[in-house]
Design a protein around this ligand. Sequence first.
Ligand code: ATP
Ligand code: MG
Length: 255
Amino acid sequence: MEALKVDGLSINFGGVKAVNDVSFSVEVGERLAIIGPNGAGKTTLFNLINGQLSPTRGQIFFFGEDVSDLPTHQRAQLGQARSFQIISLLQNLTVLENTLLTLHGTKPHRFKMFRQIQDFRDVFEKAVYELKRVGLWEKRGDLVKNLSYGEQRRLEIHLGLSMEPKLLLLDEPSAGSTKEESADIIGIIKNLESDITVLIVDHDMEMVFELAERIMVLHYGEVIADGTPDEIQIDQRVREIYMGVEESTDHVGAC
Ligand SMILES: Nc1ncnc2c1ncn2[C@@H]1O[C@H](COP(=O)(O)OP(=O)(O)OP(=O)(O)O)[C@@H](O)[C@H]1O
Ligand SMILES: [Mg+2]
């Protein structure tokens, strides 16, 4: 079953074709990495998928439903979650406050006054559960800005997951992380339930090759390769784009 289908998607910024006639499908539970040099259009593609940007042309189907004209929050309600390249937590609030706010936002009855107290209890219990699971319960009173970058990333990804998404869009989840923190994040992604579909953008090729079942390569907004990690690794065009890799027998190299 198709979780996501993108059909002829394009967006121009002035004269720049940031995403240019991109079409692909992703099966439920598939782990697809999208790679490409800086400015290739990866983040823009995510912005189109989750509705932060409207395409100049093309359509997006989520579990068969045309979501092209839906705003971001409605796509989120359908099961899309996004982890941002720039951390989206509220820096001056505590770990617990951030968790409560995120979880409260997912409750469908939040505007009904008479449900509020029970709702809050439910949300609080879930917050305790999630924070223990992510190993940040001891730091619940700390301001987010005082956490390490890796802890913030971990919290952000977990909060995204607590919304029980069907599709997870991860834009550079390991950016700015230490090796240990990256390994941590890889572990979280590997342990995701198998029916969660994951699209992951990252420049860390170790992470990409460890997680992806399939890799799509963007270059100047166009898909120039789409295949298994083994196929991508020997793809001549991909190797040309990643300078200095012709000699390498390793992964396609840093990008
Ligand atoms: N809001 C915008 N207005 C104008 N141009 C934009 C905008 N967002 C992105 N672009 C341009 O679109 C192109 C694609 O950018 P995008 O951020 O999607 O690339 P990327 O593949 O995510 O790069 P990186 O690996 O550096 O994160 C670039 O040329 C960028 O300058
Ligand atoms: Mg980007």
